[in-house]
Every structure is written in C-alpha cells, then in structure tokens.
Design a protein around this ligand. Sequence first.
Ligand code: ATP
Length: 350
Amino acid sequence: MTSLHAEVVVRRAAFTLDVTFAAHPGEIVAILGPNGAGKSTLLAVLAGHLVPSYGVVRVGERTLTAVRDDRVETAVRPERRSVGLLGQDPLVFPHLSARENVAFGPRAAGVPAAQARRAADEWLAAVGLGGLTDRRPDALSGGQRQRVALARALAAEPTVLLLDEPFAQLDVRTAAELRDVVRDQVRRTRTATVLVTHDVLDAVTLADRVVVLHDGQVVEQGRPFDVLTDPVHPFTAALAGVNLVVGRLLVQPDGTTALEGPDGVLVPCGAHEPGGRAQVTFPPGAVVVGDGWPARVLDLEPGTTGVRVRTSGDVLVDLPPAQAAALALHAGAELRLSVPAEHVRVRPLA
Ligand SMILES: Nc1ncnc2c1ncn2[C@@H]1O[C@H](COP(=O)(O)OP(=O)(O)OP(=O)(O)O)[C@@H](O)[C@H]1O
C-alpha cells in the first residue's frame, strides 16, 4: 500500500491555497477549516478536477499531478487516479440494487459478473449491510445509503480515499456508526485517507492527524489531542472550546507576570519573561467567578454540563447550573473573573 504526498498551490484573484501534507497507508488525515479556507479546492486538486497553479500530487511512485514553472507536466484524469470519493450525498445509482451499485465499478473494469457480485456481497457485509444486498437506494436509510456508497468507493480498491463531510447529513447515532465503519475499513484496507470536515467530532474520533487550514494556509497540524489541547490559532481554539486571549506580558505588583488582554482580561503567566506579546489558552471550565478582572456577561447558553457564559474580552466561562443560579446571571451582569495559573498555557508571540 502507498502513501499520498501533496504539495498544492492554487492562486486565485483574492485567494491563495498553499498546502503540503502526506497521508500514509491506513492513516486518516483530517483537513479542518472555516468556510472559504480552501478545503474543497484542495480536494478538487487531489481528485483531479482542478489543475493547480503549482504542485505535485503523488501516490507512492505514481505522479497524478505535476505542474512546475507554469507547465502542466502530468494531470491524470479523475477516473484514472485510483482515488475514491465519499461526499455528503451518497453517490449511488437509484435504479440499481445495493449489490449492483457496488459491483458496478469492478464490472466496468472488466471483472466477470459472478465474481463482481461476490466481491460486492463481501464489501456490503464488511460495511454492515450483509442482509440488504437486494435493496434499492430508495428502500434504504440515509446511513445505509452512505454505507453502500462507501462499499462502492472501496470496491474499486482506491489507493487514496477522499471523504468530504460524509457524516454531515446523518443523525448523531448513524454518524457515529458510520465513523466506526469508515475507521475499520480504512485500517483494514490500509487506504491513505483525507477527510475534509467542519466537525470537531470527526477529528476527535477518526483522525490520526489534523491539518488546520485558514485562508488557504496551514495554520497548525499535528495529532488531534495535541492540536486541540494546545491550539495556536483562534479558529482551532474555538473548535476545541478553549479560550484564546492575545495580549502583553506585564509584571504585576507581586512580581509575577500576567497577560493583559482586551477589556481588562488579566491572565497569570507565572514566571514568563515580561515585555513581549503572547497568547494564552485556558479552558472555560477553569475560570473562577469571584475575584479578578472585571467582566460583563454578554450572553448565556446551555453548555454540555451546565451554563456557558460569554463575557467581555471574549472569554467563555462554564459554570455548574446551581452556581449560575446562585449568581443570578443575566446579560449585562458584572462579574469578577480569574483563572488559576496551572490551567494556563502561554505561547510568546514574535
Ligand atoms: N471556482 C472558483 N472560482 C474562483 N474562486 C473560487 C472558486 N471556488 C472557490 N473559490 C474561492 O476560493 C476560496 C476557497 O474556497 P473553498 O470552496 O475551497 O473553501 P472551503 O474551505 O471548501 O469552504 P466551505 O467550507 O465553505 O466549503 C474562497 O475564497 C472561494 O470564494
């Protein structure tokens, strides 16, 4: 099995995509980013639907795309790239049964009918649809149709699998089940997989590595745990549900250093060298209401374990419901906030 290596530059009037990454056999690399970050553009290049301004896409020793010095050296057509695609809408033929859908690719590649049908049944069993091989797509649920589409994509034995928000239209439970199927099949077939998503749950549950794109650039990458516990970019911090404040490191009256952020936010930074700019991250659950910097409640919303309070300075505070009730919180309420130094990560900025 083979790895995917991609070095892609796409230049448009007001946008440049510039990404380099690799996906190894059986590895799932999640590409995360807000709207307009360039995720679809990257997928289009990998799938062969778009020729980049510059770049190389290689799968093992095979070059699928090569554009150098404004010259297209190689541009293998989409259907010849051995790249499978699973998108939001299942790519299935409505008039064919699940089995015929999955057998379609192998048949088109010249596999004899009986053999292609047997292979289709095996793929459908592998994705958990063993008993439904004769059903047409309209007699299947959305999740089952996605399983057929996954089996179809994998039956062609692609060297690279591209997943474009494949769980976005499924309910929470069905999405969780399909994530399990995708993970098992990617591992079993050792297919290098690229997953484009907005959903942090995809990164947490599926990805071996995440690449965060913002405005066409890679702003951070690494193991999901590392990226989500110590995010560098505001987009990733928001995704991870972590506060990120940028400010100046200044000496406090007691001799310690604190970061002074917008709206009077004051975050302890222990013995960090004062003088420069830095960004700090800390979880909303670590913020203590009582003493500390003066803050105003902007709004309140239900959190996963209590109440999430958005305050001035863009600091989120998670409180148990009883505490929120005791404080009689409402938009406009004045609070004092602090965060213990042991919950704060400090990153000096240039
Ligand atoms: N065909 C096109 N021609 C010109 N500009 C385009 C074209 N397609 C996309 N863009 C621009 O390129 C940038 C990247 O778009 P892209 O669709 O790749 O982002 P994305 O991360 O997939 O966003 P989303 O999450 O909304 O799908 C955006 O600024 C977009 O407006």
